[in-house]
Write a protein of this length. Structure first.
Length: 114
């Protein structure tokens, strides 16, 4: 287990181990980052990583987590973008007694059909 020198935005330079570092690689874009929990303040830190940094961390024993971008990003978008007013209206709807239950009942009626 190797020692890794990293930088925490709160504490500055810190030392941790490869066991505490995780390499995060996006299979869709090829981009990579590494993440760790600062041993001093316990803040979770994530930073972009070049191929060289990834190679060094992996060779030293850091775990690799691969992930993919959600397929929904490739779906066509329709309609206007959601605004802050839309979010506020939705929030207020959720607070109204019985609103969610009414929406679920409407969906069930549509699913069952005539």
């Amino acid at each position: 287990m190797a020692t890794v020198r990293a930088s925490c935005p709160s504490c500055g330079d810190v030392e941790t181990t490869t066991r505490a570092v995780q390499v995060l690689r996006c299979a869709t874009t090829g981009s990579a980052a590494y993440a760790f929990v600062c041993p001093t303040c316990r803040l979770r830190v994530a930073k972009e990583a070049s191929e060289r940094v990834v190679r060094v961390l992996v060779d030293a024993g850091a775990a690799v987590l691969s992930w993919e971008m959600p397929a929904e990003l490739d779906e066509p978008r329709q309609g206007a973008p959601v605004t802050h007013d839309d979010l506020l209206s939705f929030h207020l709807d959720l607070l109204a007694p019985g609103w969610l239950e009414a929406q679920v009942a409407t969906l069930r009626a549509v699913e069952l059909g005539p």
